[in-house]
Design a binder for this molecule. Structure first.
Ligand SMILES: Cc1cc2nc3c(=O)[nH]c(=O)nc-3n(C[C@H](O)[C@H](O)[C@H](O)COP(=O)(O)OP(=O)(O)OC[C@H]3O[C@@H](n4cnc5c(N)ncnc54)[C@H](O)[C@@H]3O)c2cc1C
Length: 592
Protein backbone atom coordinates (compact mmCIF):
# COMPACT_ATOMS: atom_id res chain seq x y z
CA UNK A 1 0.00 0.00 0.00
CA UNK A 2 1.24 3.49 -0.81
CA UNK A 3 2.07 5.63 2.21
CA UNK A 4 -0.74 8.01 3.04
CA UNK A 5 -0.12 11.63 2.14
CA UNK A 6 -2.54 14.29 3.26
CA UNK A 7 -4.01 16.03 0.17
CA UNK A 8 -2.97 19.45 1.45
CA UNK A 9 -2.67 21.02 -1.98
CA UNK A 10 -6.26 20.19 -2.80
CA UNK A 11 -7.49 21.24 0.64
CA UNK A 12 -5.81 24.63 0.23
CA UNK A 13 -7.26 24.97 -3.26
CA UNK A 14 -10.79 24.34 -1.96
CA UNK A 15 -10.50 26.53 1.13
CA UNK A 16 -8.38 29.42 -0.09
CA UNK A 17 -8.89 29.60 -3.83
CA UNK A 18 -12.42 28.32 -4.47
CA UNK A 19 -14.23 29.44 -1.30
CA UNK A 20 -11.81 32.15 -0.08
CA UNK A 21 -12.76 31.03 3.36
CA UNK A 22 -10.66 33.59 5.23
CA UNK A 23 -13.07 36.28 3.96
CA UNK A 24 -15.89 34.43 5.71
CA UNK A 25 -13.84 34.10 8.91
CA UNK A 26 -13.05 37.80 8.90
CA UNK A 27 -16.79 38.57 8.95
CA UNK A 28 -17.65 36.21 11.79
CA UNK A 29 -16.94 37.66 15.25
CA UNK A 30 -16.23 34.28 16.90
CA UNK A 31 -13.68 33.36 14.26
CA UNK A 32 -12.05 36.59 13.12
CA UNK A 33 -9.65 36.64 16.06
CA UNK A 34 -9.06 32.91 16.13
CA UNK A 35 -8.11 31.85 12.62
CA UNK A 36 -6.68 33.19 9.39
CA UNK A 37 -5.27 31.57 6.26
CA UNK A 38 -1.79 31.23 7.72
CA UNK A 39 -2.91 29.64 11.00
CA UNK A 40 -5.20 27.28 9.13
CA UNK A 41 -2.43 26.27 6.79
CA UNK A 42 -0.05 25.53 9.68
CA UNK A 43 -2.72 23.47 11.46
CA UNK A 44 -3.46 21.40 8.36
CA UNK A 45 0.21 20.79 7.68
CA UNK A 46 0.82 19.62 11.24
CA UNK A 47 -2.28 17.41 11.16
CA UNK A 48 -1.07 15.87 7.90
CA UNK A 49 2.25 14.96 9.54
CA UNK A 50 0.65 13.32 12.59
CA UNK A 51 -1.87 11.35 10.53
CA UNK A 52 0.67 10.14 8.00
CA UNK A 53 3.48 9.50 10.47
CA UNK A 54 1.72 8.18 13.57
CA UNK A 55 -1.85 7.10 12.80
CA UNK A 56 -1.69 5.63 9.27
CA UNK A 57 1.00 3.03 10.08
CA UNK A 58 -1.44 1.38 12.54
CA UNK A 59 -4.24 0.93 10.03
CA UNK A 60 -3.36 -2.52 8.74
CA UNK A 61 -2.04 -3.94 12.03
CA UNK A 62 -5.13 -2.62 13.82
CA UNK A 63 -7.34 -4.40 11.30
CA UNK A 64 -5.39 -7.64 11.67
CA UNK A 65 -5.33 -7.62 15.46
CA UNK A 66 -8.68 -5.99 16.23
CA UNK A 67 -9.91 -5.23 19.73
CA UNK A 68 -10.21 -7.86 22.45
CA UNK A 69 -12.56 -8.23 25.42
CA UNK A 70 -11.74 -10.09 28.64
CA UNK A 71 -14.05 -9.92 31.63
CA UNK A 72 -15.32 -6.48 30.71
CA UNK A 73 -11.90 -5.04 29.88
CA UNK A 74 -11.40 -3.96 26.26
CA UNK A 75 -7.95 -3.74 24.75
CA UNK A 76 -7.31 -1.79 21.57
CA UNK A 77 -4.63 -3.08 19.15
CA UNK A 78 -0.92 -2.62 19.81
CA UNK A 79 0.24 0.93 19.25
CA UNK A 80 -3.19 2.51 19.65
CA UNK A 81 -2.78 3.83 23.22
CA UNK A 82 0.57 5.47 22.43
CA UNK A 83 -0.71 6.94 19.15
CA UNK A 84 -3.80 8.18 20.96
CA UNK A 85 -1.61 10.00 23.48
CA UNK A 86 0.28 11.71 20.69
CA UNK A 87 -3.01 12.66 19.04
CA UNK A 88 -4.52 13.98 22.28
CA UNK A 89 -1.37 15.86 23.26
CA UNK A 90 -1.43 17.61 19.89
CA UNK A 91 -4.85 19.01 20.85
CA UNK A 92 -6.58 17.25 17.96
CA UNK A 93 -9.51 15.91 20.00
CA UNK A 94 -10.56 19.46 20.87
CA UNK A 95 -9.74 21.07 17.53
CA UNK A 96 -13.30 22.42 17.16
CA UNK A 97 -13.96 22.66 20.90
CA UNK A 98 -14.93 25.81 22.76
CA UNK A 99 -11.83 27.76 23.94
CA UNK A 100 -13.69 28.60 27.15
CA UNK A 101 -13.15 24.97 28.19
CA UNK A 102 -9.77 24.39 26.60
CA UNK A 103 -10.77 23.61 23.01
CA UNK A 104 -8.85 25.02 20.03
CA UNK A 105 -11.94 26.85 18.73
CA UNK A 106 -11.24 26.14 15.08
CA UNK A 107 -14.09 26.46 12.55
CA UNK A 108 -15.79 23.30 11.34
CA UNK A 109 -14.31 23.76 7.88
CA UNK A 110 -10.85 23.18 9.40
CA UNK A 111 -12.15 20.37 11.61
CA UNK A 112 -13.58 18.74 8.49
CA UNK A 113 -10.13 18.59 6.85
CA UNK A 114 -8.60 17.15 10.02
CA UNK A 115 -11.38 14.53 10.13
CA UNK A 116 -10.73 13.64 6.53
CA UNK A 117 -7.04 13.12 7.27
CA UNK A 118 -7.44 11.03 10.41
CA UNK A 119 -10.07 8.83 8.81
CA UNK A 120 -8.01 8.33 5.65
CA UNK A 121 -5.12 7.36 7.86
CA UNK A 122 -7.15 4.99 10.02
CA UNK A 123 -10.94 5.08 10.33
CA UNK A 124 -11.04 2.80 13.38
CA UNK A 125 -8.69 5.14 15.22
CA UNK A 126 -10.52 8.28 14.10
CA UNK A 127 -13.78 7.07 15.60
CA UNK A 128 -12.54 7.35 19.20
CA UNK A 129 -11.89 11.13 19.11
CA UNK A 130 -14.87 11.70 16.83
CA UNK A 131 -17.29 10.24 19.37
CA UNK A 132 -15.67 12.32 22.10
CA UNK A 133 -16.04 15.50 20.03
CA UNK A 134 -19.70 14.61 19.35
CA UNK A 135 -20.43 14.07 23.04
CA UNK A 136 -18.71 17.39 23.86
CA UNK A 137 -21.02 19.22 21.46
CA UNK A 138 -24.15 18.00 23.21
CA UNK A 139 -22.67 18.83 26.62
CA UNK A 140 -21.56 22.30 25.49
CA UNK A 141 -24.94 23.18 24.02
CA UNK A 142 -27.30 21.62 26.53
CA UNK A 143 -25.68 20.68 29.85
CA UNK A 144 -25.57 22.82 33.01
CA UNK A 145 -22.60 25.14 33.57
CA UNK A 146 -21.46 22.82 36.34
CA UNK A 147 -21.37 19.75 34.09
CA UNK A 148 -19.61 21.69 31.34
CA UNK A 149 -16.90 22.90 33.71
CA UNK A 150 -16.51 19.44 35.23
CA UNK A 151 -16.30 17.41 32.04
CA UNK A 152 -15.41 19.44 28.96
CA UNK A 153 -11.78 20.37 29.71
CA UNK A 154 -10.73 16.74 30.21
CA UNK A 155 -12.69 15.65 27.15
CA UNK A 156 -11.29 18.32 24.82
CA UNK A 157 -7.80 17.49 25.99
CA UNK A 158 -8.45 13.81 25.25
CA UNK A 159 -7.73 12.76 28.84
CA UNK A 160 -11.28 11.39 28.94
CA UNK A 161 -13.20 9.99 25.98
CA UNK A 162 -16.90 10.07 25.11
CA UNK A 163 -19.50 7.72 23.72
CA UNK A 164 -23.01 8.04 22.36
CA UNK A 165 -25.43 5.39 23.67
CA UNK A 166 -28.63 5.42 21.63
CA UNK A 167 -29.16 1.99 20.10
CA UNK A 168 -30.77 -0.95 21.93
CA UNK A 169 -31.27 -4.50 20.72
CA UNK A 170 -34.88 -3.83 19.61
CA UNK A 171 -34.48 -0.10 18.80
CA UNK A 172 -32.14 1.30 16.17
CA UNK A 173 -33.82 3.56 13.63
CA UNK A 174 -36.88 3.87 15.84
CA UNK A 175 -35.46 5.37 19.03
CA UNK A 176 -38.98 6.16 20.27
CA UNK A 177 -39.27 2.59 21.55
CA UNK A 178 -36.11 2.48 23.70
CA UNK A 179 -36.49 0.83 27.14
CA UNK A 180 -33.52 2.16 29.13
CA UNK A 181 -34.93 3.71 32.30
CA UNK A 182 -33.87 6.76 34.30
CA UNK A 183 -35.13 6.98 37.90
CA UNK A 184 -34.91 10.42 39.56
CA UNK A 185 -32.96 10.51 42.85
CA UNK A 186 -33.32 12.86 45.81
CA UNK A 187 -29.97 14.57 45.06
CA UNK A 188 -31.03 15.51 41.52
CA UNK A 189 -29.13 12.70 39.82
CA UNK A 190 -30.73 9.69 38.09
CA UNK A 191 -30.22 5.92 38.22
CA UNK A 192 -29.85 4.60 34.68
CA UNK A 193 -30.69 0.97 33.89
CA UNK A 194 -30.77 -0.81 30.56
CA UNK A 195 -28.73 -2.32 27.75
CA UNK A 196 -27.29 -0.45 24.80
CA UNK A 197 -25.71 -2.22 21.85
CA UNK A 198 -23.29 -1.27 19.06
CA UNK A 199 -21.71 1.48 21.17
CA UNK A 200 -18.57 2.78 19.47
CA UNK A 201 -15.82 3.32 22.02
CA UNK A 202 -18.14 2.23 24.87
CA UNK A 203 -15.10 0.69 26.56
CA UNK A 204 -11.37 0.80 25.72
CA UNK A 205 -7.93 1.31 27.18
CA UNK A 206 -7.11 4.69 25.64
CA UNK A 207 -8.30 6.93 28.47
CA UNK A 208 -8.80 6.78 32.24
CA UNK A 209 -12.47 7.72 32.00
CA UNK A 210 -15.25 7.46 29.39
CA UNK A 211 -18.20 9.82 29.49
CA UNK A 212 -21.28 8.13 28.09
CA UNK A 213 -24.18 10.15 26.76
CA UNK A 214 -27.19 7.90 27.20
CA UNK A 215 -30.75 8.17 25.94
CA UNK A 216 -33.27 6.89 28.51
CA UNK A 217 -36.88 7.34 29.61
CA UNK A 218 -38.22 8.58 32.92
CA UNK A 219 -40.85 6.33 34.55
CA UNK A 220 -43.72 8.70 33.64
CA UNK A 221 -42.38 9.68 30.20
CA UNK A 222 -44.82 9.89 27.29
CA UNK A 223 -44.54 7.07 24.73
CA UNK A 224 -42.47 7.60 21.58
CA UNK A 225 -39.69 10.07 20.71
CA UNK A 226 -41.22 12.81 22.89
CA UNK A 227 -40.46 10.80 26.03
CA UNK A 228 -36.71 10.50 25.62
CA UNK A 229 -34.20 12.28 27.86
CA UNK A 230 -30.42 12.54 27.62
CA UNK A 231 -28.01 11.74 30.46
CA UNK A 232 -24.32 12.09 31.13
CA UNK A 233 -23.11 8.85 32.71
CA UNK A 234 -19.40 8.63 33.57
CA UNK A 235 -17.60 5.28 33.62
CA UNK A 236 -15.75 6.48 36.74
CA UNK A 237 -17.43 8.99 39.04
CA UNK A 238 -15.84 12.43 39.19
CA UNK A 239 -15.38 14.05 42.61
CA UNK A 240 -16.17 17.71 43.25
CA UNK A 241 -12.46 18.56 43.07
CA UNK A 242 -12.18 16.92 39.63
CA UNK A 243 -10.37 13.81 40.85
CA UNK A 244 -11.64 10.36 39.93
CA UNK A 245 -13.74 8.47 42.46
CA UNK A 246 -15.58 5.13 42.50
CA UNK A 247 -16.36 3.13 39.40
CA UNK A 248 -19.94 3.71 38.25
CA UNK A 249 -22.29 0.70 38.02
CA UNK A 250 -21.98 0.05 34.32
CA UNK A 251 -19.87 -2.23 32.20
CA UNK A 252 -19.11 -3.64 28.80
CA UNK A 253 -20.82 -7.04 28.33
CA UNK A 254 -19.02 -7.94 25.10
CA UNK A 255 -17.72 -6.51 21.85
CA UNK A 256 -18.93 -7.25 18.32
CA UNK A 257 -16.96 -9.14 15.68
CA UNK A 258 -17.40 -7.14 12.54
CA UNK A 259 -16.88 -6.88 8.80
CA UNK A 260 -14.68 -3.79 9.15
CA UNK A 261 -13.43 -1.04 11.49
CA UNK A 262 -12.09 -3.91 13.56
CA UNK A 263 -9.85 -1.73 15.69
CA UNK A 264 -12.84 0.32 16.81
CA UNK A 265 -14.46 -1.28 19.87
CA UNK A 266 -18.19 -1.76 19.23
CA UNK A 267 -19.62 -2.55 22.65
CA UNK A 268 -22.65 -3.94 24.42
CA UNK A 269 -23.04 -1.61 27.41
CA UNK A 270 -24.98 -2.61 30.51
CA UNK A 271 -26.16 0.12 32.86
CA UNK A 272 -27.15 -1.27 36.27
CA UNK A 273 -28.58 1.64 38.18
CA UNK A 274 -25.61 3.76 37.08
CA UNK A 275 -25.49 7.36 38.28
CA UNK A 276 -26.31 9.83 35.53
CA UNK A 277 -27.00 13.55 35.19
CA UNK A 278 -29.68 15.09 33.01
CA UNK A 279 -28.49 17.04 29.95
CA UNK A 280 -30.97 19.65 28.76
CA UNK A 281 -34.65 19.28 29.61
CA UNK A 282 -36.58 16.17 30.57
CA UNK A 283 -38.16 14.51 27.50
CA UNK A 284 -36.16 16.72 25.12
CA UNK A 285 -33.24 14.32 24.79
CA UNK A 286 -33.60 13.90 21.06
CA UNK A 287 -33.33 17.66 20.55
CA UNK A 288 -30.10 17.68 22.53
CA UNK A 289 -28.81 14.83 20.38
CA UNK A 290 -29.78 16.61 17.16
CA UNK A 291 -27.38 19.44 17.99
CA UNK A 292 -24.62 16.96 17.66
CA UNK A 293 -26.09 15.10 14.73
CA UNK A 294 -25.55 17.64 11.95
CA UNK A 295 -21.87 17.76 12.87
CA UNK A 296 -21.61 14.04 13.30
CA UNK A 297 -23.45 13.19 10.11
CA UNK A 298 -21.24 15.46 8.08
CA UNK A 299 -18.33 13.69 9.82
CA UNK A 300 -19.62 10.28 8.76
CA UNK A 301 -20.02 11.54 5.18
CA UNK A 302 -16.40 12.67 5.35
CA UNK A 303 -15.42 9.13 6.40
CA UNK A 304 -16.66 7.93 2.99
CA UNK A 305 -14.54 10.57 1.27
CA UNK A 306 -11.53 9.67 3.43
CA UNK A 307 -11.58 6.04 2.40
CA UNK A 308 -12.10 6.96 -1.26
CA UNK A 309 -9.06 9.27 -1.05
CA UNK A 310 -6.89 6.59 0.53
CA UNK A 311 -7.99 4.07 -2.09
CA UNK A 312 -7.23 6.54 -4.88
CA UNK A 313 -3.75 7.24 -3.57
CA UNK A 314 -3.01 3.51 -3.66
CA UNK A 315 -4.67 2.95 -7.03
CA UNK A 316 -2.89 5.74 -8.88
CA UNK A 317 0.50 4.50 -7.74
CA UNK A 318 -0.38 0.96 -8.78
CA UNK A 319 -1.82 2.02 -12.16
CA UNK A 320 1.42 3.81 -13.03
CA UNK A 321 3.57 0.82 -12.02
CA UNK A 322 1.68 -2.27 -13.04
CA UNK A 323 2.32 -3.26 -16.65
CA UNK A 324 -0.22 -5.39 -18.54
CA UNK A 325 -1.14 -5.45 -22.23
CA UNK A 326 -0.52 -2.69 -24.76
CA UNK A 327 -2.46 0.54 -25.13
CA UNK A 328 -5.25 0.24 -27.75
CA UNK A 329 -3.49 2.91 -29.84
CA UNK A 330 -0.10 1.12 -29.83
CA UNK A 331 2.81 0.59 -27.39
CA UNK A 332 3.62 3.44 -25.02
CA UNK A 333 6.40 1.93 -22.87
CA UNK A 334 8.32 0.47 -25.78
CA UNK A 335 11.26 -0.60 -23.60
CA UNK A 336 8.98 -2.75 -21.47
CA UNK A 337 7.13 -6.02 -22.08
CA UNK A 338 3.78 -4.24 -21.68
CA UNK A 339 2.35 -0.79 -20.94
CA UNK A 340 1.38 0.53 -17.49
CA UNK A 341 -2.32 -0.13 -16.99
CA UNK A 342 -3.03 3.61 -16.74
CA UNK A 343 -3.07 3.66 -20.56
CA UNK A 344 -6.27 1.59 -20.71
CA UNK A 345 -9.55 3.47 -21.10
CA UNK A 346 -11.33 1.44 -18.43
CA UNK A 347 -8.59 1.99 -15.85
CA UNK A 348 -8.70 5.72 -16.63
CA UNK A 349 -12.49 5.66 -16.26
CA UNK A 350 -12.14 4.19 -12.78
CA UNK A 351 -9.31 6.50 -11.72
CA UNK A 352 -11.09 9.60 -12.97
CA UNK A 353 -14.35 8.54 -11.36
CA UNK A 354 -12.49 8.24 -8.07
CA UNK A 355 -10.71 11.56 -8.49
CA UNK A 356 -13.85 13.43 -9.57
CA UNK A 357 -15.97 12.03 -6.73
CA UNK A 358 -13.28 12.58 -4.09
CA UNK A 359 -12.49 16.14 -5.07
CA UNK A 360 -16.18 16.95 -5.58
CA UNK A 361 -16.85 15.43 -2.14
CA UNK A 362 -14.07 17.45 -0.51
CA UNK A 363 -15.49 20.67 -1.93
CA UNK A 364 -19.05 19.75 -0.98
CA UNK A 365 -18.24 18.74 2.60
CA UNK A 366 -16.21 21.94 3.01
CA UNK A 367 -19.15 23.94 1.65
CA UNK A 368 -21.51 22.33 4.19
CA UNK A 369 -18.96 22.92 6.96
CA UNK A 370 -18.86 26.62 6.00
CA UNK A 371 -22.64 26.75 6.37
CA UNK A 372 -22.29 25.19 9.83
CA UNK A 373 -19.75 27.89 10.74
CA UNK A 374 -21.99 30.66 9.36
CA UNK A 375 -25.00 29.30 11.24
CA UNK A 376 -23.00 29.15 14.47
CA UNK A 377 -21.10 32.43 14.32
CA UNK A 378 -22.99 34.92 12.16
CA UNK A 379 -24.55 37.79 14.09
CA UNK A 380 -26.86 38.60 11.20
CA UNK A 381 -30.02 36.67 12.03
CA UNK A 382 -31.16 36.30 8.41
CA UNK A 383 -27.76 35.04 7.28
CA UNK A 384 -27.54 32.59 10.18
CA UNK A 385 -31.06 31.27 9.57
CA UNK A 386 -30.40 30.73 5.87
CA UNK A 387 -27.21 28.86 6.72
CA UNK A 388 -29.03 26.75 9.31
CA UNK A 389 -31.66 25.80 6.75
CA UNK A 390 -28.99 24.94 4.20
CA UNK A 391 -27.26 22.75 6.80
CA UNK A 392 -30.54 20.99 7.57
CA UNK A 393 -31.12 20.36 3.87
CA UNK A 394 -27.61 19.35 2.90
CA UNK A 395 -26.57 17.24 5.90
CA UNK A 396 -28.49 14.10 4.87
CA UNK A 397 -27.14 14.54 1.34
CA UNK A 398 -23.58 14.80 2.65
CA UNK A 399 -23.95 11.79 4.95
CA UNK A 400 -25.54 9.47 2.40
CA UNK A 401 -24.05 10.64 -0.89
CA UNK A 402 -20.46 10.90 0.32
CA UNK A 403 -20.62 7.44 1.86
CA UNK A 404 -22.34 5.91 -1.17
CA UNK A 405 -19.65 7.47 -3.33
CA UNK A 406 -17.06 6.24 -0.81
CA UNK A 407 -18.15 2.67 -1.41
CA UNK A 408 -18.15 3.16 -5.17
CA UNK A 409 -14.68 4.70 -5.16
CA UNK A 410 -13.16 2.10 -2.85
CA UNK A 411 -14.54 -0.65 -5.08
CA UNK A 412 -12.99 1.03 -8.14
CA UNK A 413 -9.74 1.28 -6.21
CA UNK A 414 -9.85 -2.45 -5.55
CA UNK A 415 -10.76 -3.28 -9.15
CA UNK A 416 -7.74 -1.36 -10.46
CA UNK A 417 -5.57 -3.85 -8.58
CA UNK A 418 -7.20 -6.81 -10.34
CA UNK A 419 -6.80 -9.99 -8.26
CA UNK A 420 -4.30 -8.24 -6.00
CA UNK A 421 -7.10 -5.96 -4.85
CA UNK A 422 -8.79 -9.00 -3.34
CA UNK A 423 -5.68 -9.94 -1.38
CA UNK A 424 -5.35 -8.47 2.10
CA UNK A 425 -1.72 -7.45 1.75
CA UNK A 426 -2.51 -4.54 -0.59
CA UNK A 427 -4.96 -2.91 1.77
CA UNK A 428 -7.64 -2.11 -0.81
CA UNK A 429 -10.10 -4.68 0.50
CA UNK A 430 -9.88 -3.29 4.05
CA UNK A 431 -10.97 0.11 2.77
CA UNK A 432 -14.14 -1.41 1.32
CA UNK A 433 -14.87 -3.35 4.51
CA UNK A 434 -14.28 -0.24 6.59
CA UNK A 435 -16.39 1.92 4.28
CA UNK A 436 -19.48 -0.25 4.38
CA UNK A 437 -20.48 0.76 7.91
CA UNK A 438 -20.54 4.45 6.96
CA UNK A 439 -23.67 3.78 4.90
CA UNK A 440 -25.33 2.12 7.89
CA UNK A 441 -24.57 3.89 11.17
CA UNK A 442 -25.61 7.36 12.29
CA UNK A 443 -28.95 6.62 10.53
CA UNK A 444 -28.87 4.37 7.48
CA UNK A 445 -28.60 6.03 4.09
CA UNK A 446 -32.20 4.99 3.43
CA UNK A 447 -33.24 6.95 6.51
CA UNK A 448 -31.10 9.93 5.44
CA UNK A 449 -32.98 9.95 2.13
CA UNK A 450 -36.32 9.92 3.93
CA UNK A 451 -35.11 12.78 6.12
CA UNK A 452 -34.09 14.79 3.05
CA UNK A 453 -37.28 14.24 1.19
CA UNK A 454 -39.81 14.07 4.01
CA UNK A 455 -38.56 16.69 6.48
CA UNK A 456 -36.13 18.84 4.56
CA UNK A 457 -37.93 19.19 1.23
CA UNK A 458 -41.62 18.31 1.58
CA UNK A 459 -41.75 19.34 5.28
CA UNK A 460 -41.15 23.02 4.46
CA UNK A 461 -42.78 23.11 1.04
CA UNK A 462 -39.41 23.30 -0.72
CA UNK A 463 -38.28 26.57 0.96
CA UNK A 464 -34.90 25.18 2.17
CA UNK A 465 -34.31 23.71 -1.25
CA UNK A 466 -34.96 27.10 -2.82
CA UNK A 467 -31.96 28.63 -0.98
CA UNK A 468 -29.65 26.14 -2.60
CA UNK A 469 -31.21 26.22 -6.07
CA UNK A 470 -31.27 30.04 -6.08
CA UNK A 471 -27.61 30.20 -5.12
CA UNK A 472 -26.69 27.95 -8.04
CA UNK A 473 -28.84 29.98 -10.45
CA UNK A 474 -27.25 33.23 -9.28
CA UNK A 475 -23.82 31.73 -9.86
CA UNK A 476 -24.80 30.61 -13.38
CA UNK A 477 -26.31 33.99 -14.24
CA UNK A 478 -23.12 35.79 -13.18
CA UNK A 479 -20.61 33.40 -14.77
CA UNK A 480 -18.37 34.45 -17.67
CA UNK A 481 -19.10 33.09 -21.13
CA UNK A 482 -15.92 31.01 -21.08
CA UNK A 483 -17.46 28.88 -18.32
CA UNK A 484 -20.39 27.86 -20.50
CA UNK A 485 -19.16 24.31 -21.01
CA UNK A 486 -19.72 23.87 -17.24
CA UNK A 487 -22.60 26.21 -16.53
CA UNK A 488 -24.80 24.91 -19.35
CA UNK A 489 -24.96 21.32 -18.01
CA UNK A 490 -25.17 22.68 -14.45
CA UNK A 491 -28.19 24.76 -15.50
CA UNK A 492 -29.85 21.71 -17.02
CA UNK A 493 -29.09 19.69 -13.87
CA UNK A 494 -30.56 22.25 -11.48
CA UNK A 495 -33.63 22.69 -13.68
CA UNK A 496 -34.06 18.92 -13.62
CA UNK A 497 -33.77 18.92 -9.83
CA UNK A 498 -36.28 21.79 -9.60
CA UNK A 499 -38.71 19.88 -11.73
CA UNK A 500 -38.18 16.66 -9.82
CA UNK A 501 -38.61 18.43 -6.48
CA UNK A 502 -41.92 19.91 -7.63
CA UNK A 503 -42.98 16.52 -8.94
CA UNK A 504 -42.23 14.90 -5.58
CA UNK A 505 -43.99 17.70 -3.65
CA UNK A 506 -47.10 17.08 -5.77
CA UNK A 507 -46.94 13.26 -5.52
CA UNK A 508 -46.45 13.32 -1.74
CA UNK A 509 -49.89 14.90 -1.35
CA UNK A 510 -51.56 11.99 -3.11
CA UNK A 511 -49.89 8.84 -1.77
CA UNK A 512 -47.82 8.53 1.43
CA UNK A 513 -45.68 5.80 -0.14
CA UNK A 514 -44.36 8.15 -2.82
CA UNK A 515 -41.85 9.87 -0.52
CA UNK A 516 -40.16 6.62 0.51
CA UNK A 517 -40.29 5.27 -3.03
CA UNK A 518 -38.58 8.32 -4.50
CA UNK A 519 -36.20 9.23 -1.70
CA UNK A 520 -33.00 7.24 -2.34
CA UNK A 521 -32.76 8.09 -6.02
CA UNK A 522 -33.88 11.66 -5.36
CA UNK A 523 -31.00 12.09 -2.90
CA UNK A 524 -28.60 10.79 -5.50
CA UNK A 525 -29.87 13.22 -8.16
CA UNK A 526 -29.44 15.93 -5.52
CA UNK A 527 -25.91 14.75 -4.75
CA UNK A 528 -24.74 14.75 -8.38
CA UNK A 529 -26.29 18.17 -8.91
CA UNK A 530 -24.56 19.53 -5.81
CA UNK A 531 -21.25 18.11 -7.02
CA UNK A 532 -21.87 19.70 -10.44
CA UNK A 533 -22.13 23.06 -8.67
CA UNK A 534 -18.88 22.33 -6.81
CA UNK A 535 -17.16 21.29 -10.04
CA UNK A 536 -18.33 24.42 -11.85
CA UNK A 537 -16.95 26.56 -8.99
CA UNK A 538 -13.65 24.67 -9.08
CA UNK A 539 -13.48 24.92 -12.87
CA UNK A 540 -13.93 28.69 -12.68
CA UNK A 541 -10.87 29.00 -10.45
CA UNK A 542 -8.86 26.50 -12.46
CA UNK A 543 -9.66 28.12 -15.83
CA UNK A 544 -8.23 31.41 -14.67
CA UNK A 545 -4.97 29.78 -13.52
CA UNK A 546 -4.42 26.96 -15.97
CA UNK A 547 -1.21 28.50 -17.31
CA UNK A 548 0.33 28.67 -13.84
CA UNK A 549 0.55 25.06 -12.80
CA UNK A 550 -0.27 21.47 -13.84
CA UNK A 551 -2.54 21.25 -10.81
CA UNK A 552 -5.12 23.49 -12.53
CA UNK A 553 -4.86 21.59 -15.81
CA UNK A 554 -5.59 18.39 -13.93
CA UNK A 555 -8.49 20.06 -12.16
CA UNK A 556 -10.03 21.22 -15.42
CA UNK A 557 -9.64 17.81 -17.02
CA UNK A 558 -11.35 16.20 -14.03
CA UNK A 559 -14.15 18.78 -14.19
CA UNK A 560 -14.70 17.95 -17.85
CA UNK A 561 -14.78 14.25 -17.02
CA UNK A 562 -17.35 14.84 -14.26
CA UNK A 563 -19.71 16.73 -16.56
CA UNK A 564 -19.24 14.35 -19.48
CA UNK A 565 -19.34 11.00 -17.69
CA UNK A 566 -20.85 11.28 -14.20
CA UNK A 567 -23.48 14.00 -14.23
CA UNK A 568 -25.54 12.14 -16.89
CA UNK A 569 -26.27 9.49 -14.24
CA UNK A 570 -28.99 11.89 -13.04
CA UNK A 571 -31.04 11.06 -16.11
CA UNK A 572 -31.59 7.39 -15.29
CA UNK A 573 -32.04 8.19 -11.59
CA UNK A 574 -34.69 10.78 -12.50
CA UNK A 575 -36.54 8.20 -14.58
CA UNK A 576 -36.51 5.79 -11.60
CA UNK A 577 -37.92 8.44 -9.27
CA UNK A 578 -40.69 9.23 -11.71
CA UNK A 579 -41.66 5.56 -12.02
CA UNK A 580 -43.25 6.09 -8.59
CA UNK A 581 -44.18 3.58 -5.90
CA UNK A 582 -46.64 1.41 -7.80
CA UNK A 583 -44.19 -1.29 -8.86
CA UNK A 584 -42.90 -1.61 -5.27
CA UNK A 585 -46.25 -2.91 -4.09
CA UNK A 586 -47.11 -5.46 -6.77
CA UNK A 587 -46.07 -8.36 -4.50
CA UNK A 588 -47.53 -9.06 -1.09
CA UNK A 589 -45.11 -10.14 1.66
CA UNK A 590 -45.68 -13.88 0.98
CA UNK A 591 -44.93 -13.51 -2.73
CA UNK A 592 -41.33 -12.41 -2.21
C1 LIG B 1 -20.14 -0.76 13.89
C2 LIG B 1 -21.31 -0.02 14.42
C3 LIG B 1 -21.12 1.09 15.23
C4 LIG B 1 -22.21 1.76 15.76
N1 LIG B 1 -22.02 2.79 16.66
C5 LIG B 1 -23.07 3.27 17.36
C6 LIG B 1 -22.90 4.15 18.47
O1 LIG B 1 -21.78 4.56 18.79
N2 LIG B 1 -23.98 4.52 19.18
C7 LIG B 1 -25.24 4.09 18.89
O2 LIG B 1 -26.18 4.44 19.59
N3 LIG B 1 -25.46 3.26 17.82
C8 LIG B 1 -24.41 2.84 17.07
N4 LIG B 1 -24.62 1.97 16.02
C9 LIG B 1 -25.97 1.61 15.66
C10 LIG B 1 -26.41 2.15 14.31
O3 LIG B 1 -26.58 3.54 14.37
C11 LIG B 1 -27.70 1.39 13.92
O4 LIG B 1 -27.32 0.07 13.61
C12 LIG B 1 -28.41 2.02 12.74
O5 LIG B 1 -28.92 3.27 13.08
C13 LIG B 1 -29.55 1.15 12.22
O6 LIG B 1 -30.35 0.62 13.25
P1 LIG B 1 -30.65 -0.95 13.30
O7 LIG B 1 -29.35 -1.66 13.16
O8 LIG B 1 -31.47 -1.24 14.50
O9 LIG B 1 -31.47 -1.24 12.00
P2 LIG B 1 -33.13 -1.13 11.80
O10 LIG B 1 -33.54 0.13 12.45
O11 LIG B 1 -33.67 -2.39 12.35
O12 LIG B 1 -33.23 -1.06 10.28
C14 LIG B 1 -33.20 -2.21 9.42
C15 LIG B 1 -33.45 -1.76 7.98
O13 LIG B 1 -34.78 -1.21 7.87
C16 LIG B 1 -34.70 0.10 7.34
N5 LIG B 1 -35.74 0.92 7.96
C17 LIG B 1 -36.02 1.06 9.27
N6 LIG B 1 -37.02 1.93 9.44
C18 LIG B 1 -37.37 2.37 8.23
C19 LIG B 1 -38.32 3.31 7.74
N7 LIG B 1 -39.10 4.01 8.56
N8 LIG B 1 -38.40 3.51 6.40
C20 LIG B 1 -37.57 2.85 5.56
N9 LIG B 1 -36.66 1.95 5.96
C21 LIG B 1 -36.55 1.72 7.28
C22 LIG B 1 -33.31 0.60 7.65
O14 LIG B 1 -32.89 1.61 6.73
C23 LIG B 1 -32.50 -0.67 7.50
O15 LIG B 1 -32.16 -0.88 6.15
C24 LIG B 1 -23.53 1.33 15.43
C25 LIG B 1 -23.71 0.24 14.59
C26 LIG B 1 -22.64 -0.45 14.11
C27 LIG B 1 -22.89 -1.67 13.26
Amino acid sequence: MADYQAPLRDMRFVLNEVFEVSKLWAQLPGLAEVVDEETASAILEEAGKVMAGTIAPLNRSGDEEGCSWTDGVVKTPAGFPAAYNTYAEGGWVGVGGSPEFGGMGMPKVIGAQVEEMVNSANLSFGLYPMLTAGACLSILNHASEELKAQYLPNMYSGVWAGSMCLTEPHAGTDLGIIRTKAEPQADGSYKISGTKIFITGGEHDLTENIIHLVLAKLPDAPAGPKGISLFLVPKVMVNADGSLGEKNTLGCGSIEHKMGIKASATCVMNFDGATGYLIGEVNKGLNAMFTMMNYERLGVGIQGLSLGERSYQNAIEYARDRIQSRAPTGPVAKDKAADPIIVHPDVRRMLLTMKALNEGGRAFSSYVAMQLDTAKYSEDKAVATRAEELVALLTPVAKAFLTDMGLETTVHGQQIFGGHGFIREWGQEQLIRDCRITQIYEGTNGIQSLDLMGRKVVGNGGSFYKHFADEIKTFIAGADANLAEFTAPLKAAVENLDELTNWVLAQAKQNPNEIGAASVEYLQVFGYTAYAYMWALMARTALAKQDQDEFYVSKLGTARFFFARLLPRTQSLTASVKAGSESLYLLDAAQF
